[in-house]
Design a protein around this ligand. Structure first.
Ligand code: ADP
Ligand code: ZN
Ligand code: MG
Length: 263
């Protein structure tokens, strides 16, 4: 088993420690400025790069050399694009916020409150609340080559992060936006609480991970008049989830990979 990384975050440290503790041999490959497409022996590779570009390419190279990438190159590529992800979620019959994809400045209607976000991005950095079409145009002008999503706002921005591994929801937390904000990302200082996983939540999250072809994923679910799947993270962080719930996500993941290697 091999861990592919670029930056060592708390998650990667936890994975390395956990493998050691469980007696699982976990090799590591660092992706720096250069990636050689040859010399990757067939193995199970856990793709944990901070850079999604590096992750997608590394996973594809692994697959091209007969190895198994977790997640697969296609799962990482699909989940990294929120517009493609929404299409996949809908194809699987899952509820998603009403969304229009914007490829250029256009005449758009904006409801009382709407969300604009780039197709790719994380940590709530490229997500904005808008109340007028002019604001949408300004945002688009500030990043001309980006694809944007214009989306109905669901609830208050509070959401549920469900961590799925191999068709099971192993942990979940409620994420409450900080005062004066509506973005619940832990990176923005949102508060978190353990969330009980019932059948409906597990079913939704497992289907969402499956819809993008992810073996494991962090699924974000918005809370409105019903639950809506917002996004699927294909290289998910999980330190906040471990702290909030006490669930040893790293252990679950290593154990699931050991099982996967046997098949
Ligand atoms: P990122 O990949 O940066 O996490 P998200 O789409 O998950 O992007 O948006 C970040 C946060 O913004 C979400 O966790 C949620 O709190 C809020 N948010 C995003 N889209 C919506 C929406 N349609 N309705 C309500 N809140 C949203
Ligand atoms: Zn995200
Ligand atoms: Mg998110």
């Amino acid at each position: 088993m091999t861990l592919v990384y670029d930056v060592v975050r708390e998650e990667e440290k936890a994975l390395i420690k956990t493998a050691e503790r469980l007696g699982v041999v976990l090799k590591t490959v660092k992706i720096g400025e250069v990636l050689d497409v040859e010399g990757w022996e067939p193995d199970v590779y856990l793709i944990r790069t901070l850079s999604h570009n590096k992750g997608i390419v590394a996973a594809a190279v692994v697959e091209g050399n007969g190895g198994l990438a977790v997640n697969s190159s296609s799962a990482i590529a699909v989940s990294w694009n929120k517009a493609v992800t929404l299409a996949r979620l809908r194809a699987c019959g899952l509820p998603v916020p009403r969304t229009k994809v914007l490829f250029g400045e256009a005449e758009v209607e904006v409801g009382e409150r709407a969300i604009v976000k780039t197709a790719s991005g994380s940590w709530g950095r490229k997500v904005a609340l808008v109340t007028a079409p002019e604001e949408v145009r300004l945002l688009m002008r500030s990043a001309e080559n980006e694809v944007f999503l214009l989306q109905e706002m669901i609830g208050t921005g509070e959401d549920i992060r469900v961590f799925v591994i191999g068709e099971r929801a192993v942990a979940a937390m409620r994420r409450i936006p900080p005062r004066g904000d509506w973005r619940s990302n832990a990176a923005r200082g949102g508060r978190t609480e353990p969330q009980q996983i019932d059948g409906e939540l597990e079913d939704l999250a497992v289907k969402a991970a499956r819809s993008v072809g992810a073996f494991y994923a962090g699924v974000d679910i918005l809370i409105g008049d019903r639950l809506y799947v917002n996004e699927v993270n294909g290289i998910p962080e999980f330190k906040a989830l471990m702290k909030t719930t006490g669930v040893d996500v790293a252990k679950h993941l290593i154990e699931a990979l050991v099982e996967l290697r046997k098949t």
